[in-house]
Design a protein around this ligand. Structure first.
Ligand SMILES: [Zn+2]
Length: 307
């Protein structure tokens, strides 16, 4: 699953030790992954790989910025740094054959573990950018634990990086499933229904509510299938299969332009021949929706009849 498989050890316990963190900062072995406006630095070659910098990059950080510890691999500390304040960081750092690469495009081309690291670094940098001030008293907060917490010294409140859970579901009955499309999407593009989990709600309850809101269908069985970190900016996609009690949908025009039932055969044909003329498109392979719809279509009906 793209954006999963981060190989770094987050060192959650060790990072509470300020002396240990200090020994890593600027250390000769430490490696730094730079982000510019949330895009990671990559080496420009025939293929693509992340370009890790040495401690020299620290001279270029903004005055109020600092590296965030992503984790440890083979005894080496790996940090994320934000260079968004620079207009042209590739030139200012004197880098050759390097570029800040758009995350979605890079996700389809980078090695799997690298994409997981990008997911963490991107979400973490964006969370720090949005949470400089305490939500309780409004004072400036300070980075703690290498970036896995911000503390307000004024009121004592601790703030932790947030992840927003989203349910995304293939809603099916019999041999067909319903996919939605939004007006802004490219012609023919369809995807699984999705929505944020509300407070005080289970995964299953969120699936049932979102399906009812978006297409007016009731579901009587929800089955968890897979999850995916989605760092735009900080979601966790929770993929499910949901069995609908009828196929009489009523589309909410605020949420969707339309919703359409597709048979397994139609969907299988679209995956087997992506360039063919099927009258609809499914999401690309970096999105969990791609895998969720595919897994539903290519499994036998028997796999999903336990209602
Ligand atoms: Zn405070």
């Amino acid at each position: 699953m793209p954006f999963s498989g981060n190989p770094l050890d987050r060192a959650s316990n060790q990072r509470r030790d300020a002396d240990w963190l200090t020994s890593l900062h600027g250390g000769p072995q430490s490696r730094y992954l730079a982000f510019h406006r949330l895009n990671p630095l990559a080496r420009r070659t025939d293929s693509i790989e992340l370009l890790w910098l040495d401690a020299d990059v620290l001279r270029h950080l903004a005055e109020d910025s600092q590296p965030f510890l992503l984790g440890i691999q083979d005894g080496v500390a790996h940090f994320a740094v934000d260079l968004s304040h620079l207009d042209d960081p590739v030139s200012e750092l004197g880098l050759d054959e390097a570029e800040f690469t758009e995350t979605r495009g890079a996700a389809a081309r980078l090695p799997a573990g690298d994409v997981g690291i990008v997911a963490h670094g991107r979400a973490l940098i964006e969370w720090h950018r949005r949470h400089r001030y305490c939500g309780v008293c409004g004072s400036l907060t300070e980075v703690r634990d290498g970036g896995s917490m911000r503390k307000c010294e004024s009121c004592g409140q601790e703030h932790f990086p947030r992840t927003d859970p989203v349910v995304i579901m293939v809603v099916w009955t019999g041999d067909k499933c319903i996919l939605g499309r939004q007006k802004a999407w490219a012609p023919g593009f369809h995807s699984a229904l999705a929505g944020f989990i509300d407070q005080g709600e289970t995964i299953e309850e969120a699936v049932a509510r979102e399906v009812l809101e978006e297409v007016g269908l009731e579901v009587d069985h929800v089955e968890y299938h897979a999850s995916q970190p989605w760092p735009f900016p900080s979601s966790l996609m929770i993929g499910c299969f949901a069995h609908a009690t009828s196929d009489q949908e009523t589309v909410d025009p605020v949420e969707l332009e339309s919703a359409t039932w597709f048979t397994r055969d139609q969907i299988r044909a679209a995956y087997e021949d992506p360039r063919g003329q099927h009258g609809f498109n499914v999401p690309g392979s970096i999105a969990i929706a791609h895998h969720l719809i595919k897994d539903w279509a290519f499994q036998t009906t028997d796999d999903h009849t336990a209602v």
